[in-house]
Design a protein around this ligand. Structure first.
Ligand code: ZN
Length: 460
């Protein structure tokens, strides 16, 4: 497998440190609000990355952190008058709901920043001792000029005039010494820790260094995060971690690109800001969004629009008709071209090897969808052919994650039987009424010529 490494700016052969475990740290959500669809693009990429590694025979072990203390979480919890913990637990719950709806398998560990304060303090104390960090009235800062490699990931040029920035988020125009630890001030209220450092709270960047090292080791295989995290967040993570251990922090850095909406950066003021809930309220299936994301390479900007999402929703439905319709195809027919299946799987495999090119992988997947549709038209194929087709689809879907269990509850099955009976009596009105009732229960009836009705669980 070859992947693009931001650190070298080259596509490189992927070689994990250990065969027994591939270590993967992915910067997780700041649980201060509903995540937007730009964040979700990144989280879908993390999922594809993990699934593709496993498909290729590696043994991925994935950590996704939950940032439950930083400038944003504190600000929002104060504005709503609940404790930081209550506030972040609520948005953590919403985050996991979104992950499930998007068929995201999830990480092996989801550490919370607030459960790793002592680990952060240990690193900070050592950085002070080694001369990389210094204390000021309002906090403890990292001196970027002490770290010769500062800027190696993002190309940022360190300033040498000792300018400091206390805020967690700043841009490349403001390269400066950053806060490792922020001393308590009255506006922090009840939010402070006392781990052998002046009473206060951690800066955002140290959180990921501490959790990556604690759960995965001092040097890991892959670290990923949205491209906007490259500077300052990831640059600062490298500076903190490598100064602390004297070892390379991460071998491969992967950065999925931005999602734009109608060609523009998403923002609440432009009214082009969407969460998954917004899309669902408009009647879209979350997995249509997943399909839309997969159809772009992760290193290209993705231009989202509701019109294109509508097209992907239609495509997804066609996929379901082909895949679940295949179950109705009889298996006492003739053998078909087994090589065609193999070719589709080959195309899929090599697309993943080529820097996780999910767009091309989907081309392989859709070749399969065509084969399934041909089998549906034929109404019968050989058992061997049908089995091979199903095997191939499940194999590809172990990476794509587009299928869901198409369970049909008994009451819907009973309704369908009544509809069939009405159709036999040519009572089309009753048949249509029952079809609408079934739709209200969240299922579509698709009549496959010569094979009978197929019931599809739909979310749109
Ligand atoms: Zn991070």
């Amino acid at each position: 497998m070859e992947i693009y490494n931001t650190l070298s700016r080259k596509v490189e052969k992927f070689q994990p440190i250990k065969a027994s475990r591939t270590t993967l740290y992915c910067c997780g959500p700041t649980v201060y609000n509903f995540v937007h669809i730009g964040n979700l693009r990144t989280f879908i990429f993390y999922d594809i990355l993990k699934r593709a590694l496993r498909y290729k025979g590696y043994k991925p072990f994935q950590v996704i952190n939950l940032t439950d203390v930083d400038d944003k979480t504190i600000e929002n919890s104060k504005a709503t008058g609940v404790t930081l913990r209550e506030y972040t637990e609520l948005y953590t719950k919403y985050f996991f709901e979104d992950m499930e709806k998007l068929n995201i398998e999830g990480a092996d560990v989801y550490p919370k920043a607030t459960d790793n304060i002592n680990e952060m303090a240990t690193i900070i104390k050592s950085l002070i001792k080694k001369g990389y960090a210094y204390e000021k009235d309002d906090g403890i800062y990292y001196s970027i000029e002490k770290f010769a490699d500062y800027g190696k990931l993002s190309g940022a040029k360190p300033s040498t005039d000792g300018v400091r920035v206390k805020k967690d988020e700043y841009d490349k125009e403001n390269v400066a010494d950053f806060a490792l630890w922020k001393k308590w001030s009255p506006e922090d209220g009840e939010i402070f820790w006392d781990p052998g450092l002046p009473k206060g709270r951690p800066g955002w960047h140290i959180e990921c260094s501490a959790m990556s090292m604690r759960y995965l080791g001092e040097t890991i295989d892959i670290h990923s995060g949205g491209v906007d995290l490259m500077f300052p967040h990831h640059e600062n993570e490298i500076a903190q971690s490598e100064a602390y251990t004297g070892k390379k922090f991460v071998n491969y850095w992967l950065h999925p690109e931005h999602l734009l909406v109608n060609g523009q950066k998403m923002s609440k003021s432009l009214k082009n800001f969407y969460t998954l809930r917004d899309l669902e309220q408009m009647g879209f299936d979350p997995l249509a969004f997943r399909l839309l994301v997969l159809d772009s390479h992760y290193r290209s900007r993705l231009d989202f629009s509701l019109e294109s999402l509508g097209k992907y929703a239609d495509t997804l439905k066609r996929v379901y008709i082909a895949v679940y319709g295949l179950d109705l195809v009889k298996d006492d027919g003739e053998d078909q071209d087994l090589n065609a299946i193999e070719r589709a799987v080959d195309r899929f495999d090599s697309a993943l090897d080529n820097d996780l090119d999910t767009h091309s992988a989907l081309v392989g997947f859709f070749e399969f969808v065509d084969l399934a549709n041909e089998a549906i038209k034929k109404k019968a194929v050989s058992k061997r052919y049908k089995d091979e087709l199903k095997l191939a689809i499940n194999k590809m879907d172990s990476v794509l994650g587009l299928l869901r269990v198409n369970d049909v509850p008994p009451d819907v099955k009973a309704m369908l039987a009544k509809r069939e009976e009405a159709r036999r009596r040519s009572d089309w009105n009753t048949a249509d009424l029952i079809r609408d009732e079934i739709k209200n229960k969240g299922f579509d009836v698709v009549d496959l010529e010569g094979l009978g009705p197929l019931i599809l669980k739909t979310l749109n």
